[in-house]
Ligand binder design. Structure first.
Ligand SMILES: NC(=O)c1ccc[n+]([C@@H]2O[C@H](COP(=O)([O-])OP(=O)(O)OC[C@H]3O[C@@H](n4cnc5c(N)ncnc54)[C@H](O)[C@@H]3O)[C@@H](O)[C@H]2O)c1
Length: 412
């Protein structure tokens, strides 16, 4: 497998000479991976059914906020390391194919394997026997071994690997450079080839069996989600005692190593943490008590805040401004953002609900921060974007679960 093709002639990358394909390459996980692979000396076939995001990338822009990625994209385009394709028949036969498509849970919070199956069915006729197929999307435990048997059952011989993405959204470029890569394969050859591939971008390789690796990814995310739930529940208990949890948390963590990693309270949301906790719950036949409890606490925090506001304020006479609609700070992604749960719940209770976010450009209802401050009687810090730290809220009350803002008008 030639992972470092000679680019001295500055030959444009084509479907034929690309040495790695990323299916779902224009997605949130795909983009940083594509750029890291290009930076690692590869020619990358960026394969995605979304032609709009491919066009954005092709033009040298990023479809989403991804820190440290802009220069890498410019460089990769200048060096002609990328080719953009949108159909399964356009994947390259000459190297590994990495799948980074979305893997949702359904309305019953169960994983939907047919999404992976449909994607593989579409790719299979265009994959060569012996080619390495890497699942990188987060999958239900057992999926990789199932895929191996499924493909063998069709009389095909591919090398199947599962190498989960564990970067935090928006900071993929930095984390891909710094974090170990978990690698697994359904055969020693698949594991070896996948390890060789990821050695071109990751500082360290850790090998597991495929099912171990699938659990490692889900345990990582579920653990994080439970950590948020623990601190959120502490917050609620401290509040019920009339105390400022942030003061207590600061004291708990001060020069006390065992508490160093306790996160601040806040709205734990986004496309991965709840979904992956629920995948684990589905695997455990819904006997994942901590996971379910975490969901009740993290999702319920929004409603606790609203109940509390109802007791303190005549909400039906007030305009409430929501600050931050992205699911976390300094990104533009609104997928599974609890800010929208706030908006829905408050719409029936407040006179008006106003929303703002400096990064989100997909929501026509958003207004500039200054307008929201001017028109609101009360504000809620939904997402702790840095720009809110020093904003002038004109002395109006701002609810801040995060312990992020300071001032006499801040309600914790
Ligand atoms: N977002 C994160 O920070 C993150 C981190 C770690 C792991 N993950 C996991 O990675 C996977 C992808 O997540 P994401 O946030 O990048 O999703 P996304 O929706 O941003 O990206 C998925 C991309 O796949 C494309 N796609 C879907 N089906 C396709 C097909 N059949 N052929 C070609 N392209 C196809 C979509 O057009 C989209 O661009 C999920 O399993 C997710 O749980 C996400």
């Amino acid at each position: 497998m030639n992972l470092r093709p000679d680019l001295s002639a500055n030959t444009p990358t084509t479907i034929e000479n690309a040495n790695v394909t990323v299916v779902g390459g224009a997605g949130h996980v795909g983009v940083p991976l594509v750029l890291a692979l290009a930076e690692g000396g590869n020619r990358v076939n960026v394969n995605d059914i979304n032609k709009d995001t491919l066009e954005i990338l092709k033009s040298g822009r990023l479809p989403y906020i991804e820190y440290d990625a802009a220069d890498l994209l410019t460089k990769a385009l200048a060096e002609k390391r990328l080719v953009f394709t949108h159909a399964p028949e356009q994947i390259s036969k000459g190297g590994p194919v990495i799948v980074t498509i979305g893997t949702p849970v359904d309305e019953f919070l169960n994983p939907v394997r047919r999404v992976v199956q449909a994607c593989i069915d579409s790719l299979l006729p265009h994959l060569a026997d012996g080619q390495l197929l890497v699942l990188r999307s987060t999958v239900f435990p057992g999926t990789t071994d199932w895929l191996h048997s499924y493909i063998e059952g069709k009389g095909r011989k591919l090398k199947i690997a599962f190498c989960p993405e564990r970067v935090v959204q928006g900071y993929g470029i930095k984390e891909l450079r710094e974090m170990p890569q978990i690698v697994s394969g359904t055969t020693p050859e698949a594991e070896q080839d996948a390890a060789a591939l990821f050695k071109s971008i990751a500082p360290e390789i850790v090998t597991l069996t495929p099912t171990e690796a699938e659990f490692a990814k889900l345990f990582n995310n579920a653990y994080r989600y439970i950590e948020f739930a623990a601190t959120n529940e502490f917050y609620l208990i401290a509040r019920s005692a009339g105390l400022d949890y942030q003061r207590i948390l600061n004291a708990m963590k001060h020069n006390y190593p065992r508490a160093r990693n306790i996160p601040r309270p806040g709205f734990a949301a986004g496309p991965c943490l709840v979904k992956d906790t629920m995948q684990l719950a589905a695997y455990a036949r819904n006997q994942f008590g901590l996971g379910h409890a975490a969901m009740l606490i993290n999702e319920g925090l929004v409603l606790h805040v609203i109940d509390d506001l109802q007791r303190r304020f005549p909400l039906d006479t007030m305009s409430v401004g929501l600050l931050g609609m992205a699911f976390k700070a300094e990104v533009d992604d609104t997928r599974a953002s609890l800010s929208y749960k706030f908006k829905n719940a408050l719409t029936s209770q407040a006179r008006t609900v106003l929303t703002t976010d400096p990064y989100v450009n997909t929501d026509p209802d958003l207004q500039p921060l200054g307008d929201v401050i001017a028109k609101s009687d009360l504000m809620i810090l939904c997402t702790p974007h840095a720009c809110y730290k020093d904003a002038d809220f004109k002395g109006k009350p701002v609810v801040d679960v995060w312990g992020f803002l300071h001032g006499a008008n801040v309600i914790r």
